[in-house]
Design a protein around this ligand. Structure first.
Ligand code: TRP
Length: 328
């Protein structure tokens, strides 16, 4: 029996090169070895204010990128989180079994509470990890491919599952985070100490998957680099390290092969070559994405069949949980 995999991306902004290298490309390479569930987590996105039209557009846009990147509906179930009501229903039940203290310790919540203030951020931000636990546990997933920043949420999911199983008997598979080594952390070009993020304030730091070639080149040429001039991986020089990291992830070269490749070349050469490489990588992705967006009826049809398949599995788990808890 193949292990089950689940992951998802929030439609809270345009997909970035970081999403492609850290998530999509990795999922595609895993596809043949697992039973795959990949969703677009719109209910997570609304924990922060979203424009409704934009949200709807972005959800489809991301679905088109899933397919354009090579996720294949014959091998992966691709769906929109909110289409499967069982996520929310399981989320509620898990809420009732999760101590506040566990959620108060989540670093993502603490960061957001520190930035936004407890009077302004929603209960949804606080409760976010429980819905994520429901996303994972409802499919009885074994593996959760995510970035390092999500490791704590997967740990919490395990704790919730273990607690439930202890109290009600074997119900949930205990999942594990599956953190990749390369490309797991593509940093902002403008501030290489921060993750390249969809929702970042500085658009120059982020390459989105829809950026046209000239814009990609401009952003990379203007990327913040450090003092020094030699192209090598060096934690004290996060700017050049990030550019080399992107390079090695895209080419598949190891770090030392990448350094050898650029030996004797300065930052300018790295940037020029990296820009060519990123543009070449995005070209087919954008072409395929267009093809899917041009036929929204077909895209919606794919998403509908993904929902049907996901619902069948999710309902089974929900029913079992409801019976055990006594609400059915
Ligand atoms: N919290 C994840 C992120 O921001 C997104 C997410 C929601 C997710 N539900 C999930 C990832 C379930 C994996 C599995 O990246």
């Amino acid at each position: 029996m193949q292990k089950r995999v689940i992951s998802g991306i929030q439609p809270s902004g345009e997909l970035t090169l970081g999403n492609y290298l850290g998530a999509l490309r990795r999922w595609v390479s895993m596809q043949d070895h697992y039973e795959n569930y990949f969703c677009i987590v719109d209910l997570h996105a609304i924990t922060e204010p979203q424009d409704p039209q934009e949200l709807r557009r972005r959800v489809r846009d991301i679905a088109a990128f899933y397919l354009a990147a090579g996720l294949d509906t014959r091998r992966s179930v691709i769906f929109i989180q909110s289409h499967i009501r069982a996520h929310s229903e399981l989320g509620w039940i898990l809420n009732c079994m999760t101590p506040m203290g566990w959620l108060e310790r989540m670093t993502q919540f603490k960061d957001k509470a520190a930035k936004g203030g407890r009077e302004r951020i929603s209960v949804g931000v606080f409760d976010y990890p429980v819905l994520m636990a429901a996303d994972i546990l409802i499919y009885q997933a074994h593996l959760v491919p995510v970035g390092d920043d999500q490791r704590q949420h997967v740990e919490l999911t395990r704790d919730i599952a273990i607690r439930f199983n202890n109290r009600f008997g074997e119900t949930f598979t205990i999942p594990e985070a599956f953190i990749g080594d390369t490309g797991a952390r593509i940093m902002s070009l403008a501030d290489p100490t921060q993750k390249m993020s969809k929702s970042t304030e500085d658009p120059n730091g982020t390459i989105t998957l829809l950026d046209p070639p000239d814009l990609v080149r401009r952003k990379i040429m203007r990327a913040k680099t450090d003092s020094g001039s030699e192209a090598c991986f060096d934690p004290t020089r996060p700017g050049i390290t990030n550019l080399l990291e992107i390079y090695s992830t895209l080419t598949g070269l190891s770090r030392s092969q990448t350094e050898d490749h650029f030996a004797g070349h300065g930052y300018g050469d790295v940037k020029r070559e990296l820009a060519d490489l990123v543009i070449a990588a995005l070209e087919p992705l954008q072409r395929e994405h267009h093809r899917y967006i041009d036929d929204l009826a077909a895209l919606d049809h794919e998403l509908q069949s993904g929902s049907d398949r996901a619902t069948a599995i999710a309902e089974r788990t929900l029913r079992d949980v409801q019976e055990k808890v006594g609400v059915r």
